[in-house]
Design a protein around this ligand. Structure first.
Ligand SMILES: O=P(O)(O)O[C@@H]1[C@@H](OP(=O)(O)O)[C@H](OP(=O)(O)O)[C@H](O)[C@H](OP(=O)(O)O)[C@H]1OP(=O)(O)O
Ligand SMILES: Nc1ncnc2c1ncn2[C@@H]1O[C@H](COP(=O)(O)OP(=O)(O)O)[C@@H](O)[C@H]1O
Ligand SMILES: [Mg+2]
Ligand SMILES: [Mg+2]
Length: 348
């Protein structure tokens, strides 16, 4: 039975990430502050601006010669600025139009990230396409995508479509649009007819109730563990009928002792595997700001699944994000952008 557990509660952050947050031992070269202020225009919802532009980020940025300036997303950008970088996470045709006009007039300005690249992650079918095609297997492990099926037909025909596609229950039903977080779990064929397409149906993979949020900021990678859904066993399948909505609880960071977690479940994915995955996805997607939701198949050590990807996620919850982000912005201003990947983990 899937409980309404706190999906998303952060349970652990790597000690080294904390050290990195303190700026104690960081192994990447910190780009020197620019001669003049680096002006970063931002176009974000008020919720996003509040969660991302925390005082600790603004303060450190100021010290490093970086100035965040709000963009009026209803006026031409050329009448505002000048900007060195435009940072955005807004939808809407009006904004896209203004941004494209600005990019044509100002190719020298870095846009984080280009709308065409962001588009890959806006729906739950295309978002995992590159991971699926990459089919990463190396000596550190294997990274795949669960079997999934896009359905946009009469709900009564979903059970037959699932059978034809060879998907096994239980299935996670996810709205096609990534911004919608109304997810549910279907245990039996009949419950599939209660679903509301368009949806992506994804095989549920047992993963011991812990997932990994892999945050990417340029070359930098940070991994945190979050509580996730518990395993589903045969009993659940036979004792449950119907569709179970599970709450999207994006809990604030909560520290918890690793000892509470089975080490086989809680061990972070191998660093070299994440570095290859991140490098490949940056290249294939043309994105610098995204995260990867990853789970380890229960009972295995090195078989992983990517179940979700997000553009410009909640970096404010990532310990030390203010250091990672300001170094990244400075590296862009140097235009060399030759940092060694910075990685912090308590276990690598
Ligand atoms: O705000 P937060 O901190 O919950 O961040 C959300 C992300 O949570 P996470 O960083 O992964 O823990 C969240 O990630 P999940 O989809 O929950 O895995 C999304 O990226 C969400 O953006 P959107 O609503 O899908 O456009 C993010 O919301 P926005 O604030 O970017 O709208
Ligand atoms: N295929 C899956 N197998 C197991 N658990 C899953 C699967 N897909 C999603 N989940 C669980 O549901 C949560 C939310 O799913 P996700 O695809 O990340 O949607 P959202 O974009 O709302 O975060 C995940 O963090 C994980 O706990
Ligand atoms: Mg997710
Ligand atoms: Mg998501």
């Amino acid at each position: 039975m899937v409980s309404g557990g706190c999906v998303g509660a952060e349970v652990e952050v790597d000690p080294e990430a904390a050290a990195a947050a303190a700026g104690v031992e960081r192994d990447e070269a910190v780009a020197p502050a620019p001669a003049r202020e680096l002006v970063v225009g931002y176009a974000l919802t008020s919720k996003k601006a509040k969660s991302f532009l925390q005082p600790k980020l603004r303060g450190l940025a100021r010290k490093k010669g970086i100035l965040f300036v709000a963009i009026d997303h209803k006026r031409p950008l050329s009448d505002q600025g000048p900007f060195d970088i435009v940072l955005h996470k807004l939808t809407g045709k009006g904004w896209q139009q203004l941004l494209e006009e600005y990019r044509e007039a100002h190719p020298e300005v870095t846009v984080l990230d280009p709308p065409g690249a962001i588009a890959h992650l806006l729906d739950r079918q295309s978002m995992l396409q590159e991971v699926s095609e990459l089919d990463l297997t190396d000596r550190y492990g294997k990274v795949r995508v669960p079997k999934q099926l896009f359905v946009n037909t009469d709900p009564l025909s979903i059970p037959a479509a699932v059978t034809r596609a060879g998907l096994s229950l239980p299935l996670v039903a996810k709205p096609l649009v990534a911004k919608s977080h109304e997810l549910s779990l279907a245990y039996d064929p009949t419950s599939l007819t209660q679903l509301e397409p368009p949806l992506v149906l994804q095989e549920f993979v047992n993963h011991g109730g812990v997932m990994f949020k892999v945050y990417i900021v340029g070359d930098a990678i940070r991994v945190v563990r979050r509580f996730s859904l518990p395993n589903v066993d045969e009993g659940d399948l036979s004792n449950n009928a119907g569709v179970f909505r599970f709450p999207r609880v994006s809990c604030a960071a909560a520290s918890a002792d690793d000892a509470d977690l089975d080490p086989c479940v809680a061990e972070l994915p191998p660093r070299p595997l994440l570095e290859i995955l991140a490098r490949e996805l940056r290249r294939r997607l043309g994105l610098r700001l995204f995260n990867i939701d990853m789970i380890r198949e229960h009972g295995t050590r090195d078989r992983f699944y990517v179940i979700d990807m997000n553009y410009f996620p909640g970096y404010g919850k990532m310990p030390g994000y203010e250091h990672v982000f300001t170094d990244f912005l400075l590296s862009l201003s140097q235009k060399e952008y030759k940092r060694r990947p910075s990685y912090s983990s308590g276990e690598w």
